[in-house]
Design a protein around this ligand. Structure first.
Ligand code: SF4
Length: 313
């Protein structure tokens, strides 16, 4: 286990304006993520900021100690239009630090109070601690959760998502949230060529998502920018050296998978979802009872999002 250092440091703003995404704003109560996924696209940001993007990434987490107070002040402004907010676009809001600092919980309470719709991206089972505030919020504003589960293969999970709970545990999170009435999707992202893009691997995730009651499933191929690329390829070579040439070929021109390869992954998952009858089958459908705010009619799902869908990476 890596040793993680937590650094409490106040922030001056909480909400970040976002363009080109299905949500208008994002927020992150923490900087850095101790889940330390090998494929995390934030490694590339760290590289550009001249911070460590290698095995040291995620071992130093900034805790924005005054985050909830700053957020509340921003939400209280007369100019705030209550547009949808993504929680966890650049760090996992339910990484271990949240157990102690409870900034994500405070964030949910604040967004709900100020009638601001939101969605959450996470790999962290700790979200179940907050079912009470999530269900309360979902009766005031639109709420959706995307739980990232790209594969059920324990070997791939251990090597590529070293700080994250097993896939089966995350699938139980989906089941519990759906049973509580929360709109919860399974994000199969990123799909890794040669490791999780096989038909049986993807079908197994979709079947498990169906059994858990997921309202949607969606998939996206691996994105490998400089900073992420070096660390990911080293992790890959340590476990699956024979795949090095495959990745060199697939990513020789771009940080993205070739369009036909990525398109085939998305199409296959879409077809599997149809075949297995994935859809909103919640027994309890929590929904806002009040008149919706201006931005609430916007789609909150990330399936259509570009590769910038951080924690899904
Ligand atoms: S992919 Fe998400 S969970 Fe994994 S290290 Fe990055 S922000 Fe954390």
């Amino acid at each position: 286990m890596a040793r993680i250092t937590y650094r409490e440091s106040p922030c001056t703003s909480a909400l970040n304006r976002v363009t080109g995404m299905p949500f208008a704003w994002s927020l992150n109560p923490y900087t850095g993520c101790s889940h330390r996924c090998a494929f995390c696209y934030v490694r590339s940001f760290e590289r550009r900021a001249d911070r460590p993007s290698d095995e040291r990434y995620g071992t130093n987490v900034r805790v924005k100690s005054n985050f909830v107070a700053v957020l509340r002040a921003e939400l209280a402004r007369r100019s705030w239009r209550r547009e949808p907010v993504a929680i966890g676009a650049a760090t996992d809001p339910y990484q271990p630090a949240e157990s102690r600092y409870r900034l994500t919980r405070g964030t949910i309470e604040a967004l709900s109070e100020f009638r601001t719709p939101f969605h959450i991206l996470t790999r962290g089972p700790m979200i179940l601690r907050d079912v009470d505030v999530l269900t309360a919020a979902a009766q005031r504003v639109r709420v959706s959760v995307n739980v990232s589960i790209p594969t059920l293969d324990p070997h791939v999970v251990k090597a590529m998502e070293p700080g994250v709970a097993p896939a089966a545990t995350r699938m139980r999170v989906v089941r519990t949230l759906v049973a509580a009435g929360i709109d919860t999707a399974v994000a199969m992202a990123p799909i890794l060529p040669g490791l999780s893009d096989g038909m049986e691997s993807m079908a197994a995730v979709v079947r498990a998502a169906r059994e858990a009651g997921a309202t949607r499933v969606w998939a996206k191929g691996l994105y490998l920018q400089p900073g992420t690329r070096e660390h990911f390829l080293a992790a890959l070579s340590a476990e699956w050296p024979a795949l090095a040439t495959t990745y060199a070929r697939l990513y020789r021109r771009s940080a993205y998978l070739p369009k036909d390869v990525d398109g085939a992954i998305r199409t296959t998952v879409k077809e599997l979802a149809q075949e297995h009858g994935i859809g909103d089958r919640r027994a309890i459908r929590l929904a806002p009872t009040a008149v919706e705010a201006p931005g609430e009619q916007l789609a909150l799902g990330l399936g259509a999002a570009s590769s910038a869908g951080a924690c899904t990476e």
